[in-house]
Design a protein around this ligand. Structure first.
Ligand code: PHE
Length: 338
């Protein structure tokens, strides 16, 4: 019977050796290691043997099983390797791949990130607020009278509910002071909306960055120094910055800021880049009323605020002549900033 086991093993190894594809190999496995295999049949006869012969047959059966399963494993691997080799035949693995187009930051994002980076170095924290605003947060608390032109239907997008798309990020000043006690030093970048006629310099949505600093002794000179520093960091050390008297309902005194810059291919000229001023005490009073306390005591606090257009900054920085390019998602334009 031991010889029988050896014979079965020889037959099995020959069959495995002859198998030229996986199905044939599987057939051999079922035949020689499956339930109805000759080795199992032999094992079933073991109980008829005298006890002293049993271990010998047992050992022979185990050896045969082990040898068959090893051979199956080896053959399977060989077939697999051969199949792999054929599937890559003729393939040049050294050929360079087709180039994948990679994305890049939008010019507005680049400029916004830089502006935030510079202002954070000066200690401003980021603040946020809703784009759908109440008239209170966009106008009333900012000392803007009911008949101010900015509040007109033809200038502002109103919802039936009476809410509106914020016309400036200055509403974030109000929201921040409502929930935070002084000192406050924040910047709020975000979208603003106006019913402008769309052309090369106007869209109905644009991007602003608002700044607010409120403390016990904030002065106009702080505002001036901060913004001069900012525009020089943005456009170069030698950039000239000019403060021109202006009017905003929520600041007194108020200014518009111009920087003298050379847009690519043009003579240097003064370009308006922001509005700013010292927070009007009437704003603090409105905040106190809304908060129901006296946290923003106009006799103890002063503050400055500024608001700038980020689209304008991006256009200056990159010599972009049409603001519409910033929202058209044309990759021929965008890929220039990659
Ligand atoms: N909110 C003003 C605008 O949109 C800009 C501004 C902000 C002016 C803060 C003064 C202070 O034009």
């Amino acid at each position: 019977m031991t010889e029988q086991a050896a014979q079965i093993q020889t037959d099995a190894l020959a069959a495995i050796d002859a198998a030229s594809h996986e199905a044939a190999l599987e057939e051999a496995r079922v035949k020689f290691l499956g339930k109805k295999s000759p080795l199992n049949a032999l094992a079933a006869e073991m109980r008829n043997l005298p006890n002293e012969d049993k271990p010998k047959l047992g050992a022979a059966l185990n050896m045969a099983r082990q040898a068959i399963s090893n051979a199956l494993e080896t053959s399977k691997q060989k077939l697999q390797d051969a199949a792999d080799a054929t599937s890559v035949e003729g393939l040049d693995v050294t050929m360079p791949p087709r180039e994948l187009p990679s994305g890049s930051l939008h010019p507005l994002t680049i400029v916004k990130d830089r502006a935030i980076q510079i202002l954070r170095r000066l200690g401003f924290a980021l603040a946020d607020g809703p784009e759908i605003e109440t008239e209170f947060h966009c106008f009333d608390a900012l000392n803007t009278p009911f008949d101010h032109p900015a509040r007109n239907d033809s200038d502002t997008f109103y919802f039936d509910s009476g809410k509106l798309l914020r016309t400036h990020t200055s509403s974030v000043q109000v929201r921040t002071m409502e929930k935070q006690a002084p000192p406050i030093k924040i910047i709020a970048p975000g979208s603003a909306y106006r019913r402008d006629e769309i052309d090369a310099t106007h869209l109905s949505v644009f991007n602003q960055l608002e700044g607010l600093y409120v403390d016990s002794d904030v002065r106009l000179s702080d505002l001036k120094g901060t913004l001069e520093f900012f525009y020089r960091a943005m456009f170069g050390d030698k950039t000239e910055v000019r403060f021109r008297p202006h009017f905003f309902p929520f600041t007194e005194p108020s200014f518009e800021i111009d920087v003298k810059l050379q847009v690519r291919g043009e003579e240097p000229k003064w370009i308006e880049v922001a509005g700013c001023g010292m927070v009007d005490p009437a704003v603090f009073s409105a905040i106190n009323e809304s908060r129901g306390d006296d946290a923003f005591d106009p006799s103890k606090l002063t503050g400055y605020a500024f608001g700038m257009g980020l689209d304008r900054l991006a256009m200056i920085q990159y010599g972009i002549r049409d603001i519409r390019l910033l929202i058209e998602n044309d990759t021929r334009f965008l890929s220039q900033f990659a």
